[in-house]
Design a binder for this molecule. Sequence first.
Ligand SMILES: C[S@@+](CC[C@H](N)C(=O)[O-])C[C@H]1O[C@@H](n2cnc3c(N)ncnc32)[C@H](O)[C@@H]1O
Length: 216
Amino acid sequence: MERQRTLDGSWTVYSPQHAQTYGSRHGAATQAREVFLSGSGTAQHPAPAVLEVGFGLGQNFRVTLQDTLRRGVPLQYLAYEQAPVDEQTLREVSADDPLAQHPVWQQLLTRWGGPLQIGTPALQLELRCADVTTVALPCGWASAVYLDGFSPACNPEVWTPDFLARLAATLRPGGVLATYSAAGRVRRGLMAAGLQVQRCRGPAGKREVLRAIRPV
Ligand SMILES: C[S@@+](CC[C@H](N)C(=O)[O-])C[C@H]1O[C@@H](n2cnc3c(N)ncnc32)[C@H](O)[C@@H]1O
């Protein structure tokens, strides 16, 4: 696993197994902020409940926590990860992050290595170490879903119509699923799941991304 600096200064990691990086080479933190935090409406939500597919390097989580701490709103964050990176990698990629020294992130690093729960007045974090396609998911719970697996070509199980329908069911009415892939089959799967799909302009290096809303 090779650490790589991205164009906005944040770090990502190259996965030889998937022949791609965990975050965008054009800016991993920027992608997290624009595609997931803003794209899902979490940046405006008064009490976000986020379900994430693929905790990875925790980039989306840190950006989200940084935002809710700044706004003084509580955050519930439920993440699934089937192959957690090693602790050293997580330390290295987050070393320059604005949240690197925050007690919550430090606690996560100290306890890293398996399923994890952290509860503070500002944050309820649960990390479930499992193949997300094989476990029961909460129904009607999420204000936002961050669908951030590897690409549909090399990580197909998290992009199937069946699994997209299961993710749609985790959203509460008005909830938003955000993802960086605007592939036609992903759009069609989300529409078939009953979501209202919008194509949005992507951050640098990505022409389009998706947001898909559960009708109220
Ligand atoms: C693009 S990376 C996610 C980056 C991450 N969201 C971040 O902010 O750093 C994709 C992640 O999805 C995880 N993943 C892929 N398939 C999965 C599955 N079926 N269940 C759970 N996690 C999965 C991979 O192990 C990898 O960590």
